[in-house]
Design a binder for this molecule. Sequence first.
Ligand code: ATP
Ligand code: PRP
Length: 213
Amino acid sequence: MITIALTKGRIEKDTVKILAEAGFDMGFMADKGRNLIFIDEAQDLRFLLVKALDVATYVEHGIADLGVVGSDVLYEHPGSYLEMLDLNIGLCKFSVASIPSYNPYDHKRKKIATKYPKIATDFFNSKDEDVEIVSIQGSVEIAPVIGLTDAIVDIVETGNTLVANGLVVFEDIVRVSSRLIANSASIKKNPEIMTLIDRLQAVVGNEEVAFNG
Ligand SMILES: Nc1ncnc2c1ncn2[C@@H]1O[C@H](COP(=O)(O)OP(=O)(O)OP(=O)(O)O)[C@@H](O)[C@H]1O
Ligand SMILES: O=P(O)(O)OC[C@H]1O[C@H](OP(=O)(O)OP(=O)(O)O)[C@H](O)[C@@H]1O
């Protein structure tokens, strides 16, 4: 049996769609209720629905052979998993944003609110800008508006949240998309896993096979 950990929430529907397009019968997840484990004996597949960061944990520990998770999470929490495919879903980007009058390149020490301290620190360090990170769990856009920080580093998808809160993007840091990750021992042990990956690759049409961790 192959176990796949899926990120519960935003990218769940598109992930299931890719699996269905690859020929897997995903009907058993249609009426999922509050279930978090789905076993399909006929297809020899088991799905775990977990939080994004936990996808990487389950794969690293070899409990899940494969996982689907955003590159934002992988960047922030690098680990010993193989990154196999860019699934081209869950598309968004990391951006630096603030109120329009702010200058993020003034070489003054700046306070940045973010849920993603690693990407924010790496970005500003690469620009030779000194930063103090203020860790925020959500509604990050409020921080520069009410004076908690100078700016934010956050995910931007449509840009609606920024506009609604009077913020503008100063710079895009990196594109974010969902990735298929794998446990390396699982791949060596079970050749069926590579066959499954090939089927997904045929759907997403992506050549990328990169090592991470
Ligand atoms: N507007 C967006 N906001 C956040 N993530 C997005 C957005 N658009 C696409 N994504 C991608 O979707 C993935 C899953 O997001 P989702 O909000 O479901 O889980 P999460 O990041 O664990 O959030 P939470 O902690 O709020 O549950 C993210 O890791 C990111 O790669
Ligand atoms: O560009 P947009 O389409 O407006 O999307 C971006 C918003 O979505 C995410 O927040 P989320 O909805 O996950 O809520 P959160 O603030 O609780 O993290 C992200 O942190 C932004 O706030």
